[in-house]
Design a protein around this ligand. Structure first.
Ligand SMILES: [Fe+2]
Ligand SMILES: [Fe+2]
Length: 340
């Protein structure tokens, strides 16, 4: 058996219990103290045996030996250490693009953790250097989805259930992309959705509420109806979001459309400009719909979470939303709810 085939068959056999580690991943670990247990495939006994324990200090010789073993495809981590591994990779998200041993569901866990954390950091400190890190991670996501847009389905299975600004942002990004992929399936299939467009609409969907980071927490956390003054402060978030885009010098039409118009409604009942259907673009329609849906299905201070099919059905009855998009959302939610 050729060496390459032999390696592949070892990996296949162990796939369920272990991840095979590649050099990029090994190099991202602390060199002398790997953060999790490592295992080595011993060819003479055809078994995986412990190699070193999490946090154990390695000698120079062992560091060298380990690098060689990894190069030979003989080093593994246990899938039981998934949470440690997810956390580690989520801090260096581009590793998901080089790791061929992670399952789609495991990669979705990593994206959910990494992006939610980055979004939270940006809302705490909405300045350019923090934004750059978030943008970099969003671009890893678009690269990953551009290779195969259907991968977005695993992300939608990882929605947060409790409402916080960063949780809501992640949820809207994931659901928004999934509805977009479904609504434009033929264009995605034909490779007609340009990477740049995907980059910008992803940024718009994830960051549509960036202006909310300027609204005082006591208003956002309130479990009673807002006073007219408080409501006006909340409703200013589309404008303050736009001002943030200017400060960040982020001038993409897709992002501006999502940030400014996601509360406009097709029947003119929205804000801030009470636009009519003819003046509301396709991404604002999409963003407005998934924004409402994600708010309805999560647990908020003033309302319990709604059941997903019920929320999607209620939105389909509402003349403020685009009927084609609400149908697509209903189909998506229905498909997600089906047992495998
Ligand atoms: Fe909003
Ligand atoms: Fe929102």
């Amino acid at each position: 058996m050729a060496a390459v085939e032999k390696k592949a068959s070892i990996a296949d056999a162990l796939d369920e219990q272990y991840y095979q580690i590649n050099l990029d991943i090994l190099e991202s670990f602390s060199k002398y103290r790997p953060p999790l247990d490592l295992f080595r495939f011993k060819e003479d006994v055809a078994r995986v045996l412990p190699y070193c324990r999490a946090g154990e200090r390695l000698s120079n010789e062992k560091v060298e030996e380990l690098a060689q073993l990894v190069e030979d495809g003989l080093v593994f981590v246990s899938r039981a250490d998934h949470p440690v591994y997810v956390k580690h990779i989520s801090f260096q998200l581009d590793l998901v693009l080089v790791d061929k041993n992670l399952h789609e569901t495991e990669i979705a866990d990593i994206f959910a953790q990494a992006l939610t954390r980055r979004l939270g950091e940006f809302y705490q400190q909405p300045v350019a250097p923090v934004f750059v890190k978030l943008w970099t991670d969003l671009m890893v996501l678009t690269e990953y989805l551009h290779q195969d847009p259907h991968r977005v389905r695993a992300l939608v299975k990882r929605l947060h259930t409790v409402h916080t600004l960063e949780n809501h942002s992640f949820n809207c990004g994931a659901v928004g992309l999934a509805v977009h992929v479904k609504a434009h399936a033929a264009s995605y299939e034909a490779g007609e959705v340009k990477r740049k467009h995907l980059d910008h609409l992803t940024c718009g969907l994830f960051l549509h509420d960036m202006g909310m980071s300027k609204v005082p927490a006591f208003i956002l956390d309130k479990d009673k109806p807002l006073t007219p003054d408080e409501r006006a402060k909340v409703q200013r978030h589309t404008q303050s979001g736009f001002e943030m885009l200017t400060k960040l010098d982020l001038r993409f039409a897709e992002v501006e459309e999502c940030v400014q118009d996601h509360h406009e409604r097709l029947n003119g009942s929205g804000y801030p400009l009470k636009k009519n259907a003819a003046d509301i673009g396709p991404l604002a329609r999409l963003c407005g719909l998934v924004d409402s849906y994600c708010a309805m299905v999560s647990q908020r201070p003033y309302a319990p979470a709604m059941e997903p099919m019920k929320a999607a059905a209620a939105l389909a009855q509402d003349p403020g939303y685009d009927p084609e998009l609400t149908r697509t959302l209903q189909a998506l939610v229905f498909a997600q709810g089906k047992p495998k």
